[in-house]
Design a protein around this ligand. Structure first.
Ligand code: F55
Length: 842
């Protein structure tokens, strides 16, 4: 308030309000101005990097103006806000998205062309913001796009990693990790050196008792690290609403003691302290679906959670409302268990710092938080050792014990006959060492828990969280099926298809905001001109990918071949190994044919992409096998175009935007019951590709929406997985004969040293085939044959594709966010046309 301009001077401000460019001429003027002044360069020294920088700055100015207005409007309206806490935001590139969301891409295109640049080349200069591993991080990014597009007052909170997910290089068929230093030039972030929070670690707890006998805990000593806010504007599509993503960066808390050390000659250790502080936000952990329990990871979690909560509480306190109104103003969504300490931290703030009673505080906490689960894999469920939590966060451990105590007392009261229940649901696992079960803590501290697809939500209700459904009742556990933003995953990635759709479904501004309008294209499914145009768009997208493959691998593939794509993190449960075993089977079959027969087969290009966690030895072996098979098959003169095997290096968001629109069939073939949802399955179908998949995750709902005649489902069902695993381990495990043949060829050394692939083979042959590769192999091969046959009938194939796209409206992340808003957050959009707050005297 002290910083605001007094009333009499405000007229001068309003008169001089920044506006950003309007139209092509002003856009060019702004680009040239940024080149010449902001960047201190000229037309004699303006390469594509400089043109990218200046274009981004021109667009950034536009975003910032609406961003400020949106924030003011939200402050004045004082409406409930959503806070999305995620350790990952896999944003990809921002410029193209900004151009499309604010509706100025055509202006940029013609303006840049007059200045001597192609807009596509400029867009490609940008480094991906890759602050995530895979589906979970990309979901957070799609949610931010929908929240802004739907005008919800919402903030994302995350960490500003100096290094995002590593870059992958393939050298001699092996994955090599290279650091992703991405902050060299990032025009999309605004450092807020005035928005800082000092975060405490270690130390000890002392309790004092006042005259009334009330005990207060004091967390004292230890070390302090400073969190500095960096803000990123998130533009909505076809709306002025621009939300904020706040990322915290760590730095040494204060220069003072450094100077002391420095002056006393201890320069090294002074720099050491600084480096230790900066280490907290240095790097994204590259594991997906694996919890490794490292101290630095727990430090990251608390650092980010504590800074975010301090910020949220500070904002609430400005409203001078009573504490019980906190949940009317604040909804906090926990993206997986990574931010679960926020529950403990809010309870700590309320009881230790604000003096509330335990029960009042706990009511507020439970009404504020909700938790999304993304996995049932036991190795991915976070646990922290009690000793580590005690050491790093001594007060939090006490609070966790108290939460657990009150929770178990409640369970005991309500289920007095079930003694075993207490140890099963305890937040503390009585193991050696004792562990804090973060998912249980998240459930107990939230008012809603959701899974991310129907099957997954059913599974968590009936398996891993069964007891909690008994304790809290079924209403606490809900399903919100994932979605994707059609702005990036249709309009931006596939402009050809989007404009073809627009010719039947109307203005993009309508169907991109109400994706169910896609159903209008189904009326044209038999229109020959529409079908022809459809096929041309797909072919052009395949040609674009073929060009990319040529330029990155040197391999020539025919765009007429069937493109079969599996791109996602490499993981045994996702079964890339089954895919490559199937490719080997196909290769053997081709080899056994006469040249005449071979000429008749439908050519196929098998395309893989994805990163393995650096410590995941089996996943790295899978990558190596794919590349080894590729170098044999692609260089076999008998084979020619009939089969090509491609591994695309460094799969990321901007590569997905090229790959996904070019797919004919994509593979979503996880062992049933293991893939919580999957989201690329939705992207592929939305882009006019069909899918081959198991009855898992969102594949099931995709089938329900598009019709089972339009999807290639195969394999065992989730309900049979336990029995099959039991048989594989304890019964006599007969391996599928076709797979056995494949294994024999691998072991004969056809693809290089058999020893290199022994782990993958013996996982199936000797170690119980946990992922049921052999059990599903026959069904997989049969279904792949069906894919070949279906593709041969191009007319029927195109009908399937058009019909499927028409029926994909359900999978917009807008639908998904509206469900969260209604069922979980209880928040309403804030329309931008009401009042922008300017001049309202605050
Ligand atoms: C990252 C770090 C840890 Cl410690 C654990 C998991 C992850 C991670 O990246 N998980 C992830 O991506 N999960 C995926 O979430 C998607 C969005 O809900 C789902 O579609 C997908 O099935 C699930 O595997």
């Amino acid at each position: 308030v002290e910083a605001s301009i007094p009333e009499p001077q405000r007229e001068a401000w309003l008169k001089n309000q920044a506006s950003g460019f309007k139209g092509k001429d002003q856009f060019e003027k702004e680009v040239v101005r940024h080149v010449e002044t902001t960047l201190a360069r000229s037309m004699f020294n303006c390469d594509e990097t400089a043109a990218y920088a200046a274009t981004s700055l021109a667009f950034r100015d536009r975003l910032v103006i609406e961003w400020n207005r949106t924030q003011q409007r939200q402050t004045f309206a004082d409406s409930k806000r959503v806070y999305y806490l995620s350790l990952e935001f896999l944003m990809g590139r921002a410029l193209d998205n900004a151009m499309l969301n604010i509706g100025e891409k055509e202006v940029a295109k013609s303006g840049l062309s007059e200045l001597g640049f192609r807009v596509e080349d400029i867009i490609q200069q940008e480094h991906d913001a890759a602050l995530g591993n895979g589906g979970l991080g990309r979901l957070a990014a799609c949610f931010l796009d929908s929240l802004a597009s739907l005008n919800f007052p919402a903030w994302g909170y995350g960490l500003r990693y100096r290094y995002g997910i590593f870059k992958q290089e393939i050298i001699d068929g092996y994955q090599v990790e290279v650091p992703d230093y991405w902050l060299d030039f990032n025009p999309w972030e605004f450092p807020r050196h005035d928005v800082t929070v000092d975060i405490q670690f270690y130390g000890n707890v002392n309790k004092t008792t006042d005259d009334s006998g009330k005990v207060t805990a004091h967390w004292e000593g230890g070390e302090t690290v400073r969190a500095v806010a960096y803000d990123v504007p998130i533009p909505g599509y076809a709306t002025p609403s621009t939300n904020n993503l706040r990322l915290w960066s760590s730095q040494a808390a204060s220069g003072e003691f450094d100077f002391q050390k420095f002056n006393s000659g201890d320069y090294e250790s002074s720099v050491g302290d600084q480096q230790r502080a900066e280490t907290i936000s240095a790097v994204l952990y590259p594991n997906d679906n694996l919890d490794r329990g490292k101290e630095l990871r727990l430090k990251q979690q608390y650092f980010w959670v504590a800074a975010s909560l301090y910020d949220i509480v500070r904002r609430f306190k400005k409203s001078k409302r009573p504490w019980r109104e906190f949940p009317d103003q604040v909804a906090i969504q926990l993206n997986d268990t990574h931010p679960t300490l926020a529950i403990v931290e809010l309870q700590r703030i309320l009881i230790d710092l604000e003096g509330l009673d335990w029960d009042d505080a706990w009511n507020i906490v439970q009404q504020t938080f909700s938790y999304t689960n993304h996995t049932v894999l036991p190795e991915a469920l976070e646990k922290w050792s009690v000793g580590l939590v005690q050491h790093l966060l001594p007060r939090h451990l006490q609070i966790i014990y108290d939460i657990n105590l009150f929770f178990l007392q409640m369970v005991e009261r309500n289920f007095p006959k079930d003694r075993e229940m207490l140890s099963r649901v305890s937040i503390i696992e009585e193991s050696q060492p004792k562990m804090v079960r973060m998912a249980y803590l998240a459930i107990v501290g939230s008012h809603k828990v959701n899974g991310v697809a129907e099957l997954h939500s059913d599974l968590i209700r009936t398996t891993i969280f069964k007891d909690f459904v008994t304790i809290f009742g079924p209403d606490k556990f809900v399903n919100v099926t994932n979605g994707i933003t059609p702005r990036r995953w249709l309009h931006q990635a596939n402009p050809g298809l989007s404009s073809l759709i627009a010719s039947k479904a109307g203005d993009p501004e309508h169907y991109l905001k109400d994706l169910t309008l896609l159903n209008k294209i189904e009326l044209s499914v038999n229109d020959p001109a529409f079908r022809k145009a459809w096929a041309e768009v797909k072919l052009a997208n395949k040609q674009r990918l073929a060009d990319y493959i040529k330029s990155t691998t040197g391999i020539v593939v025919s765009p007429k071949a069937l493109f079969d794509v599996q791109v996602k993190r490499i993981h045994e449960y996702k079964r890339q190994q089954m895919n490559i075993f199937g490719v080997i089977f196909r290769y053997l079959k081709l080899k056994s044919m006469s040249p005449e027969e071979r000429k008749k087969v439908l050519p196929r290009v098998s395309i893989f992409g994805g990163k393995a966690a650096p410590g995941y030895w089996m996943a790295k072996q899978i990558i190596h096998l794919i590349n080894s098979v590729g170098s044999v098959v692609n260089n076999d003169p008998d084979i020619g175009d009939a089969l090509k095997v491609i591994f695309l290096e460094d799969y990321n968001v901007s590569k997905a935007e090229i790959i996904i629109p070019a797919s004919d069939i994509s593979e979503h073939i996880s062992t049933a019951g293991t893939e919580a949802s999957g989201t690329s399955n939705m992207k592929f179908v939305l882009n006019g590709g069909l899918i081959i998949g198991t009855c898992d995750g969102a594949n099931i709902e995709i089938t329900r929406e598009i019709g089972e005649e339009n999807i290639f489902l195969f394999g065992n069902l989730a309900e049979d997985v336990d029995d099959l695993r039991h048989k594989n381990t304890y019964g006599d495990h007969k391996i599928d004969p076709s797979l056995d043949k494949v294994f024999n060829v691998i072991q004969s050394g056809t693809f290089g040293n058999a020893q290199d692939f022994q782990g993958m083979v013996s996982a199936v042959r000797e170690h119980g085939d946990f992922y049921l590769v052999s059990d599903d192999f026959h069904s997989y091969l049969e279904t792949q044959e069906l894919v070949d046959k279906s593709y041969a009938d191009q007319e029927l194939w195109i009908t399937k594709c058009i019909t499927s796209v028409a029926r994909m409206g359900f999978f917009s992340s807008d639908r998904c966010i509206n469900e969260y808003a209604e069922e979980i957050w209880n928040v309403e959009p804030l329309q931008p046309d009401t009042n922008n707050g300017v001049g309202k005297g605050e």
